[in-house]
Design a protein around this ligand. Sequence first.
Ligand code: B12
Ligand code: SF4
Ligand code: SF4
Length: 231
Amino acid sequence: MVGNAGPSMWRAFCANRDPEKDLLDDWSQDILTDIARCFGAVALYPFLPPHLPFQRWACQAEPCHSSPLGILIHPGYGLWHSYRGALAFAERLRIPPVKPQASPCDTCKEKPCLTTCPVAAFHDNDYEVPACARYLADSAGQDCMDHGCRARRACPVGRPFRYHSDQARFHMDAFLRARRADGPLGPTTAELDKNQDVVTLPNSSKTPRATRSHGQAVPATVQDETRGLDR
Ligand code: B12
Ligand code: SF4
Ligand code: SF4
């Protein structure tokens, strides 16, 4: 598994690429394809279809647990870590088992992550993606756009690893761009207040970027591991 915790990956990305134009996913593919070739492995990516069970794999590689937000929590890094790829080898490697550690969520009484979202997008073990995206497209969502998801920021665990605003903005831009590419977001809260019938969404100020690859070939051994998953 290859991933990042805290803002150090962002510094490396900015030193190598232009975050105004380039995609983190392309950069990840460029680096991991070369590394995979060196080791005779196949590089797999969390962002390409078919979506592979990266979070399940992560829980076997690190003491991670599901948080009420759906993303994984790590006892040290909190919610501030993610995955850029994985290397699949033909042979089964012997890897020391993870030392179990309790989830910080077990002892978190207040659970502020569940009460800070301005549109209550997290409820009943679900994440209401359209409500979140519409809010982000609205001027009211500027705080989440500029500093990252407010619910994620409310978590007291791993605060020193929190992403800085430029990185948070980059991820939120990518999230909103992808939601817009999927279709209209529907009226924002401000537009609903004005009782407007027709909604025109503002275009992203950034140059549109295109991912170079639209899918990944999954080796048969990995397909065996993922068979029967309830997607
Ligand atoms: C689809 C997807 C989304 C969808 C979620 C749709 C939905 N309602 O669940 C959307 C596009 C909304 C999304 C958003 C984000 N995502 Co996302 N997403 C994925 C993706 C590509 C596929 C998930 C999947 O289906 N996996 C396949 C199943 C079979 O794998 P699994 O591990 O067994 O399944 C687990 C998940 O489904 C999880 N789960 C269940 N419910 C939910 C709900 C949410 C919101 C999430 C994130 C996960 C989740 O529980 C399963 C068991 O562990 C994964 C990458 C990946 N390959 O896993 C990233 C991933 C889960 N996302 C990630 C992140 C960080 C985000 C964002 C926070 C990005 C951001 N903006 O910074 C946002 C959240 C928006 C916000 N408000 O900030 C990270 C999470 C890292 C971590 N610490 O766990 C991942 C792993 C990508 C990565 N590169 O690391 N995401
Ligand atoms: S705020 Fe509490 S419940 Fe929510 S993710 Fe953080 S530790 Fe877990
Ligand atoms: S980004 Fe903002 S609106 Fe979306 S889920 Fe997080 S707190 Fe809620």
